[in-house]
Design a protein around this ligand. Structure first.
Ligand code: SF4
Length: 220
């Protein structure tokens, strides 16, 4: 695994970072904005997440100010992220709970984060890694799940299973980086359908488990 991660560290240099990583850096790892951007990002393209987050944060940057927006205002600001109606409800409820139960601070434990509406393990792990500098968590989304299985690191059916299997299968030093490296690779090379195996820097190391058709080489 270490040789794969070392190659990816070099290979992702120059590729676009995932939206939430970019937002986390731009906002100096502000836990609240990382949390909200991650909630908006579920099943949504990066460009849409980035634009919706920036529209929303221009109007409200704190749980106190965001809580005061109506659901209709939230919907209008975050549209067209996927499930924008549900996400508007969850964002508003989450802001209220952060204010009433956590004194305005985004909680810093998995157990507490999971009590917030609309927050699952993927969101909680990313907030812990990006905003609370945790080195104890692995954030698994569909890219991490798919690529970990193609590489043969794990043999699992769901992202939650993959997360738990990766804690056993991977050296701790890579845990906080797995999401950044594999999501970037999944968006550019190891795509869900027609992965670009012929131009992948991992091709000689990867058993390509489950890959039946590969994409065409992109010239230039
Ligand atoms: S060789 Fe193919 S399946 Fe393996 S990581 Fe690269 S793109 Fe993905």
């Amino acid at each position: 695994m270490s040789s794969v991660m070392q190659r990816l560290a070099k290979a992702i240099d120059g590729l676009d970072e995932p939206a939430v990583e970019k937002i986390a850096k731009d906002q100096k790892e502000d836990p609240f904005q990382v949390l909200i951007a991650t909630m908006l990002s579920a099943q949504t393209k990066d460009a849409v997440t980035a634009a919706a987050s920036s529209r929303l944060f221009r109007v409200a940057r704190t749980p106190r100010s965001m809580m005061r927006l109506s659901e209709a205002q939230l919907e209008a600001l975050i549209y067209p992220v996927s499930f924008y109606r549900n996400k508007a409800v969850h964002v508003k409820q989450t802001c209220r709970q952060i204010m009433t139960r956590f004194s305005g601070q985004v909680p810093s434990t998995m157990a507490e984060l999971l009590t917030l509406p609309g927050v699952g393990r993927k969101t909680a792990n990313l907030v812990l890694i990006l905003a609370h500098a945790s080195r104890e968590n692995i954030c698994v989304d569909t890219h991490v799940h798919r690529i970990s299985n193609r590489l043969g690191w794990v043999k699992t059916r769901t992202p939650d299973e993959t997360e738990h299997a990766l804690y056993r299968a991977s050296p701790r030093r890579w845990w906080p980086l797995i999401n950044l490296y594999l999501v970037t690779w999944g968006q550019n090379i190891c795509r869900p359908v027609y992965p670009l195996c012929p131009q992948c820097v991992l091709a000689d190391l990867c058993p390509k488990i489950g890959v039946t058709k590969v994409g065409k080489l992109v010239k230039g």
